[in-house]
Design a protein around this ligand. Structure first.
Ligand SMILES: Cc1ncc(COP(=O)(O)O)c(C=O)c1O
Length: 359
């Protein structure tokens, strides 16, 4: 078997969910498990959190079905609502909560005859301008839906554009838009993603929607996951599958882009961009071997990457190599590559087996 595994620490996942709840005592929290629980495996994440989480949130009916297969009763929110009119009946059958993010969705819901009413989350476009009603339109929609037979609870939700930038003026402006609607009769309100859970208590409302923090990565550029008390959930671990000495002046890897500045020892590691390791990782990016950080040497290939172990003479064939995890924070790698932990986690490809630990 190819030596590459994404280990998923379920105890860390539970710790991070509990930390989200501790940030907002008395509030409930949908654990956001869309995109296969940010690459960690939704069925295992749901199984792990089912006795702890107040609910789950996903991006599609297909993802909701996956969660339902594990937890028949959990409160389960469809964050973008239904994409086709025919999905409302299926959503009702699955007992979902659905977002209504625009006029077309509201009209489709009102045209549908349902066996049982759906809990609806009216989505306010409070300033992100991606999904949702503006305030006036939301008021009108609230009036139309509040007595509709298809609607159970009528709730309010919105989403921040810049909660990861503390003090960004849009945060206050979005909050103001949201609060401006609280004279309407809603059963529940929800606004906070991870960044807002961690730093914007005025946005906590009734239901939190933490995603990235559950997986132990930070939403902030300048606040590390460790400083926030989060524990990394995924570690991506490969092995050294070859070692060679390279004379000074010789190059390593595709494009001959890395040239040995001295007689060097190069280890080849069983992980590449087809596994989800970013090809954009710049030289100087580190992996961890035997608890030591060693830099990449040469471009990341499809199935392998090279590292310079000249300063780690003990490094040997078969050694474990941590690409990210507790020794190489995923956020550090993401920043070096000009991206975010979210992207790296969700792009770990299906060919990487997930192994669940600390159940
Ligand atoms: C509507 C909505 N709520 C909550 C989240 C969770 O956000 P985060 O992962 O930043 O906590 C997302 C993620 O994109 C989202 O789209």
């Amino acid at each position: 078997m190819r030596p590459l595994v994404a280990s998923v620490d379920l105890a860390a996942l539970r710790h991070n969910y509990q930390l989200a709840k501790q940030c907002a005592p008395g509030r409930k929290a949908f654990a956001v498990v869309k995109a296969n629980a940010y690459g960690h495996g939704a069925p295992a994440a749901v199984e792990c959190l089912r006795d702890l989480a107040d609910g789950f949130a996903v991006a599609s009916l297909e993802e909701a079905e996956q969660v339902r297969a594990v937890d028949a009763n959990a409160r389960l929110l469809l964050l973008e609502g239904c994409f086709e009119a025919s999905e409302y009946a299926a959503a009702a059958e699955l007992g979902l909560d659905v977002a209504i993010q625009g006029e077309a969705q509201a009209a489709a819901l009102l045209r549908t005859k349902l066996e049982r009413p759906l809990n609806v989350w009216l989505k306010l476009d409070s300033g992100m301008h991606r999904l949702g009603f503006c305030s006036d339109a939301l008021r009108q929609c609230h009036a139309r839906l509040k007595a509709a037979a298809q609607v159970g609870e009528l709730n309010l939700m919105s989403h921040f554009a810049c909660a990861d930038e503390r003090g960004h003026p849009l945060n206050e402006a979005q909050l103001e838009q949201f609060v401006g609607l609280l004279d309407l009769d809603f059963t529940h309100r929800s606004f906070a993603n991870s960044a807002a859970v961690l730093t914007l208590s005025a946005a906590h409302m009734d239901w939190l929607r933490p995603g990235i923090m559950l997986y132990g990565a930070t939403p902030f550029a300048e606040l590390s996951a460790e400083a926030l008390g989060l524990k990394p959930v995924m570690s991506l671990t490969a092995k050294i599958i070859a070692i060679r000495d390279v004379p000074a002046g010789d190059s390593v890897g595709y494009g001959a882009g890395w040239v040995a500045p001295r007689p060097s020892r190069i280890a080849t590691v069983s992980c590449g961009y087809a596994d989800g390791y970013p090809r954009t990782a710049p030289l100087g990016t580190c992996v961890s071997i035997r608890g030591h950080r060693v830099p990449l040497a040469g471009r990341v290939s499809m199935d392998m990457l090279g590292v310079d172990v000249t300063d780690l003479p003990d490094a040997a064939l078969g050694d474990e190599v941590q690409l990210w995890g507790d020794q190489v924070p995923i956020d550090e790698l993401a920043q070096a590559c000009g991206t975010i932990g979210y992207e790296l986690l969700t792009k770990v490809t299906p060919r990487v087996p997930r192994r669940y630990i600390n159940d």
